[in-house]
Design a protein around this ligand. Structure first.
Ligand code: PLP
Length: 470
């Protein structure tokens, strides 16, 4: 591709992106296709000779786009959002054009220094005190892995990486039973082992871990010769928004000298609004916090911020300095690859910087407040219908519900059928979870371009399909 074609196709791609966003409401949120359809539509072997871009682009439109689930669709109410505000897409075009490798300060000084600044902007935006540094990781899973490795190394007096875990006291990590599976993965990958992740029950409306049980588990583990290493608390759990009492958990962590990591991957974005910060009161005492601007805030995937109280502990855990990576003559600089598991890093700060400047914190706060208001209004409407029940009350913009069944019907089968029928219909997209062993349907409003009418439309679709004669 020569430069004039590069220009023409870049323009065409940008135009395509705008038309795509413009027409999202007309598309089914989730495609109606069977597994294997796209695979079969792609040539079995790569071409030996160059193909014209027109044909490649036409295949993209015909074979790929109809097989996509549209995460930017304003009526995507499943999982959590993965918002890509248009301005962050523009920033990503620029990042793609430069295709920088941001592993060391000297491999992209501006990316490194903007990352330091943008992370500190976010710290201020979330109301976190000075004293937290931070890094942009690819995902919350990576941030949590980095935190678990750090808590492990701290507990093992920095000997785990060197000597391995065999023959050492068993590090123990504590969390509620509401945390995301990225915590399990981090425990596996860190070699701690699932049986050393202690699940503390989380009863009550907010499914907050029982801190009396937490403390008792730590004490009894220590008496048994194990090595309590850290606690992972959760603000806005994936299933139903489970939220720990961070101040109470932090007090336990402090009493026992344990590392505290807070997973606020989804709910963290809402903390730009002061009125929601009570959900993580006490967070200033955490050792690290992860939140994903790539979920609700609008910074295109991937963009996950890990705030860290003592970055020197993280660097001591992860940094390796072979001769070929040494940066001579630059003291006091940050090489962010020493703060994360992968060496190579994308330039992720640019989209965050563009987003914060183009919308301002007030613009983003309005979006979040709208989502919370609209979602809570929908929960109230469904609660008013005799054939629906709210299973978990809204945590910010996330709640779960069930359609009641007639006598003799199986409620789980009925609600799974309902969620599948809703998704096959294509006007909205929802997912299910289990609450106390029983299926419930999750609803979250969080799409960057959703309107009140989009959320209201969900009421019509849900009630219409639930009441259809079978
Ligand atoms: N933590 C919570 C609460 C989540 O909801 C998710 C994903 O939805 C994750 C962690 C993992 O996030 P990521 O996909 O960035 O690894």
């Amino acid at each position: 591709m020569d430069n004039s074609e590069f220009r023409a196709w870049s323009r065409r791609a940008a135009d395509w992106g705008v038309d795509y966003r413009d027409t999202l409401r007309e598309r089914p949120v989730r495609p109606a296709l069977a597994p294997g359809e796209v695979f079969r539509a792609i040539e079995v072997s790569p071409p030996e000779t160059a193909e014209p871009m027109e044909r490649i682009f036409a295949d993209f439109e015909e074979k790929i786009v109809p097989g996509m689930t549209h995460w930017q669709h304003p009526r995507f109410f499943a999982y959590f959002p993965a918002n890509a505000a248009p301005v962050s897409v523009v920033a990503e075009y620029l990042v793609s054009a430069m295709a920088a490798q941001c592993m060391l300060w000297q491999t992209s000084p501006a990316a490194t220094e903007l990352e330091t600044r943008a992370v500190d902007w976010m710290r201020q935006a979330l109301g976190l005190p000075e004293g937290f540094s931070g890094v942009i990781q690819d995902s919350a899973s990576s941030a949590t892995l980095a935190a678990v490795l750090t808590m492990r190394e701290r507990a093992l007096d920095w000997q785990g990486n060197r000597k391995g875990l065999a023959g050492q006291a068993r590090p123990r990590v504590y969390s509620s039973d509401q945390v995301h599976t990225s915590i399990d993965r981090a425990i596996w990958v860190a070699g701690i082992g699932e049986e050393n992740l202690v699940r503390i029950p989380a009863p009550g409306r907010f499914r907050a871990m029982d801190t009396v049980a937490l403390e008792a588990a730590i004490v009894s583990d220590r008496e048994a010769g194990m090595l309590p290493a850290g606690i992972i608390a959760c603000v806005g759990g994936t299933s139903t928004g489970g939220t720990d009492d961070i101040a109470a958990v932090a007090a336990v962590a402090k009493r026992h000298g344990l590392y505290l990591h807070v997973d606020a991957a989804w709910a963290g974005s809402a903390m730009i609004c002061p009125e929601y910060r009570h959900f993580w009161a006490g967070v200033e005492d955490a050792d690290s916090i992860v939140f994903n601007p790539h979920k609700w805030l609008g910074a295109q995937f991937d963009c996950s911020i890990q705030f860290i109280r003592r970055p020197e502990d993280l660097v001591r855990t992860l940094a390796i300095k072979p001769d070929y990576l040494k940066t001579h003559g630059h003291d006091g600089i940050i090489n962010y690859s020493e703060w994360s598991v992968p060496l190579g890093r994308r330039f992720r700060a640019l989209k965050l910087w563009f987003l914060l400047r183009a919308h301002g914190l007030e613009g983003l706060r309005t979006m979040i407040r709208n989502h919370v208001t609209w979602s809570q209004a929908l929960a109230a409407r469904l609660a008013g219908e005799a054939d629906f029940e709210i299973v978990t009350e809204p945590m910010l913009s996330l709640f779960s519900f069930r359609h009641r069944t007639g006598p003799g019907a199986n409620p789980d089968e009925h609600n799974l059928r309902l969620v599948n029928a809703i998704n096959d219909d294509g006007r909205i997209y929802l997912t299910q979870t289990k609450v106390d062993g029983t299926i419930a349907i999750r609803f979250q409003a969080g799409q960057f371009e959703a309107t009140a009418a989009d959320v209201e439309a969900a009421f019509d679709v849900i009630t219409e399909i639930a009441r259809r004669p079978t």
